[in-house]
Design a protein around this ligand. Sequence first.
Ligand code: NAP
Length: 283
Amino acid sequence: MTAQLIDGVALARLWRERVRERTVALQTRGIQPGLAVILVGDHPASQVYVRNKVKACQEVGFHSVLETHPAHLSEDALLARVRALNADPTIHGILVQLPLPPHIDAQRVIETIAPEKDVDGFHVANAGALMVGQPGFWPCTPYGCMKMLEHIGFDPCGKHAVVIGRSNIVGKPMALMLLHAHATVTICHSATVDLAQHTRQADVIVVAVGKRGVLTADMVKPGAVVIDVGMNRDEAGKLCGDVDFEGVRQVAGWITPVPGGVGPMTITMLLVNTLQAAERVAT
Ligand code: NAP
């Protein structure tokens, strides 16, 4: 068997077109969705991420603001900027790019963002809403993974899902979203004994670890759906995921490539969340 590819670029394009159309509709009512992105320091990967986010905003007709601050910015000064954006009616979504320099308490910064502008979905109010199944902003990466499953017609109801990784931004919310979709969910992490024993039973595997080769062909049930969230560099410096793509694609039913899989959907769901934040203001 050779797995079918889940094309994140094509799906992102489709979703961004929908966002653009809804943005035009909002604009006729005098509202332009606005996203503020704050970058502290000169982390090279973060610079690329924030540029891509701002560019994506421009492409769908959003108002976007990129604030860059030096790495020595104090925590108090950053909190003051977040509070100012909370009060700015032209801004519907606020994103503080992580990681922050070590002298800044990232959780305190996230908790200072107004929950209704927390389009990353990291505030405890939004994390709690996801936990209890109430409306709120869902973290963009797992939200994008759910949209990919929906797109290929995979209904998690009654299926066994294995999520590898338990971070607050990917693994845990991913598991909760799959649970809300009525999957039976197993969460694996660095202390999991015999990872393969779990993954071999899975109908869908989401890998969010950050290490190459975590999932190999012998660990996958034939026909399973494999979503690779990982972003790593190989020996040649080329972007790659956590999954042994060439091996696993011989066994899986569906698989996401890296690059061109989850990454484009993450930014797209940020646009969707920001649009929703603006639409809520409009109602
Ligand atoms: P993270 O906070 O470092 O979490 C990694 C998780 O993997 C932890 O829960 C860890 O377990 C677990 N883990 C580590 N080694 C393991 C092993 N050998 N077997 C099983 N589990 C293991 O990372 P993250 O923020 O969730 O991100 C994960 C990856 O996704 C990274 O490569 C990141 O760059 C990528 N990412 C991509 C996107 C995108 O848009 N494509 C977005 C976000 C993240 P413990 O909890 O026990 O330490």
